[in-house]
Ligand binder design. Sequence first.
Ligand SMILES: *Cc1c(COP(=O)(O)O)cnc(C)c1O
Length: 385
Amino acid sequence: MVHDPARLGFETRAIHAGQKPDPRTGAVIVPIYQTSTYAQDGVGATREGDYEYSRTANPTRTALEEALAALESGKHALAYASGMAASDAVLRATLRPGDHLVLGNDVYGGTFRLIDKVLTSWGISYDVAHLSDVDDVRSAIRPETKLVWCETPTNPLLGIADIAALAETAHVAGAKLVVDNTFATPYLQNPLALGADVVLHSTTKYLGGHSDVVGGAVVTDDDELREQLFFLRNASGAVPGAFDAWLTLRGLKTLGVRMERHCDNAERIVEMLVDHPKVGTVYYPGLSGHPGHEVAAKQMRRFGGMVSFTHVDGEQAALDAAAGTELFILAESLGGIESLIEHPGRMTHASVAGSLLQVPAELLRLSVGIEDVRDLIADLSAALG
Ligand SMILES: *Cc1c(COP(=O)(O)O)cnc(C)c1O
């Protein structure tokens, strides 16, 4: 077959996987099936696609799921109402009271909150490890460890974990490896191909890519896990609506071109920051001095659009710089076409102050957008003074 989806390039899959023209009308773009229920031809006789109720399945969502699976080169994808709903589903499908999981010491704050404040009350325990150090992970694993939960690059310090090495370590211990691939996106990194069992996304970020929708996704090759996730999602109801699924599908068609531009712009901004007198440490896995650079170069196509750095004059100067940009909008979240700046210590990471996940007070995080990079550099230079 000429169009064997697995043989098509990334951008082709993004535009065509799960997105054939509508058979009835020829509509080129998958419609927003804004319906809760579906007529049956007789009791229990559903029509094409087997749709009966939109909590269970909806054709716009199905199209999004087929595209997401194709982009991660996975067998199954499930879309969720948010990244946290996707994380919650993976945790509840794989863990039972008495089970244990290992997390990165700079895991996404919302994931940490869910595990630390919700799952522990259901008898699940966890340990925190430096995921960039496989020996540290190995020593955190116990007989009852069922999951290793990994982000790479991490937020906001852009730490890098070796996915293939972590997968091997987890599998030797009889645990599964989950990779939250939100920062890298399937364009830059494919964890399933490196041995991960589950890939998770906050599609709110780069996949949607336009800061106009909240969503999540899970991709896996594991048939049994897919059945458990499907059952759990139908039972608990954390589904995205048809319009949100459509917006996400619209966003991911351009993921490849957007990521190239995010990476180009981030590289230019990193060059500027490295030479800037008001900048201390620059955190970017593309820098040859970054401790994870070699691993990142091995498992990522490029190094992404997220950049963090410290201000040499301390916290107040960092806060002033964050408030002083015009094009870089002061806001949480990331991965949209517009550039954002934030102060992790007071914003995204305020809830982890005093814990193992605490970040430097003089740290700033950039989500570099796809604007003209000369304007971005001028804006940032002016704010740094
Ligand atoms: C934003 C984010 C999440 C949570 O996703 P939501 O869509 O906000 O629920 C999880 N992991 C990472 C790495 C994120 O950046």
